[in-house]
Design a protein around this ligand. Structure first.
Ligand code: URA
Length: 288
């Protein structure tokens, strides 16, 4: 069955329809009907003529393309606009991140970074929460819908479970004491549409910012929640195998753990998560 749009929509209905499209992950207004861009490209770009034919095309001849004319103008010494070199977003992120001397400077630099396609579709920039002086820094994946609304990491259902998990071993993001506080961030500061998993290119261009974030916060211990931060910082995923195994990340001990969203879907895995929390508490006790 084909659904057609009604001829006229009230402003409220149009806004609701747009909000629904955004919920579904639409991030760009393109047109009313589908466009086969392969067909367009094939029509717009006829195959290049063989060299013999190209040579026959004298200046001003009907078969002379604008590109050829521009090339000839260049050969004749006239000014031709050069296509700028494609910028490498990862190198650019590394360059910018290195200039940040404080966490507020880093946040401002990340927010101004224009090379991530997630940015225009997101509502909020989500940097961090909790106490940057805390002994423990938690790294999650990316903001979800609630985090995008509030501009703070881990405030939805998974975040509430995370707060309960931390509370069970005496830690809290609200604690005024760095010894019992936590600092929380994500690999990405922008919500991926429809909460999809971040793509490797998105992770790669934010990794220099995350590494700088860790270097500036200087936590004693890192907790990596789920596969995305493990892949980003350890180059390894497979959380069911690597959870609970301490690793060294950015020069400090790091513990991969199940993501609380995974625990919501798989309550039986809370047993392992509890073992990991006790392990974390024991390590904090060892070096008060
Ligand atoms: N999941 C994450 O990984 N981070 C958040 O901030 C929220 C949900």
């Amino acid at each position: 069955m084909t659904r057609t749009a009604p001829d006229s929509l009230s402003p409220d209905a149009a806004l609701a329809a747009l909000a629904w499209q955004l919920e579904l992950g639409a991030d760009e207004a393109i047109g009313e009907g589908p466009v086969n861009r392969f067909e367009l490209a094939a029509r717009a770009e006829p195959a290049a003529p063989p060299p013999a034919q190209a040579e026959r095309e004298a200046p001003g001849s009907p078969g002379r393309t604008p590109a050829r004319a521009a090339a000839e103008a260049g050969e004749a010494g006239e000014a031709v606009a050069q296509k700028p070199e494609a910028l490498d977003p990862v190198a650019e992120a590394a360059r910018i991140a290195a200039t940040a001397k404080t966490l507020p400077e880093l946040a401002a630099a990340m927010e101004a970074f224009e090379h991530c396609a997630l940015k225009p579709a997101a509502r909020s920039f989500v940097f961090a929460d909790g106490d940057p002086a805390a002994r423990v820094m938690i790294v999650g994946e990316a903001p979800g819908r609630e985090e995008d609304r509030e501009g703070r990491p881990f405030v939805g259902r998974a975040g509430q479970l995370l707060d309960r998990m931390l509370g069970a071993i005496g830690l809290s993001r609200q604690s005024p004491d760095p010894a019992t506080a936590v600092y929380i961030t994500n690999v990405l500061p922008w919500r991926p549409p429809a909460n999809r998993t971040p793509e490797p290119a998105e992770i790669a261009m934010h990794l220099p910012f995350l590494e700088r974030h860790i270097a500036l916060a200087e936590p004693e211990i890192l907790i990596l929640m789920g596969n995305t931060p493990c892949q980003a910082l350890m180059g390894r995923a497979g959380i069911t195998r690597i959870r609970g195994q301490w690793a060294k990340v950015a020069g400090r001990p790091a513990l991969p753990m199940f993501h609380p969203a995974y625990l919501l879907r798989n309550p039986a895995a809370k047993r392992e998560a509890w073992a990991d929390l006790l392990d974390l508490a024991a390590r904090l006790e060892e070096t008060p």
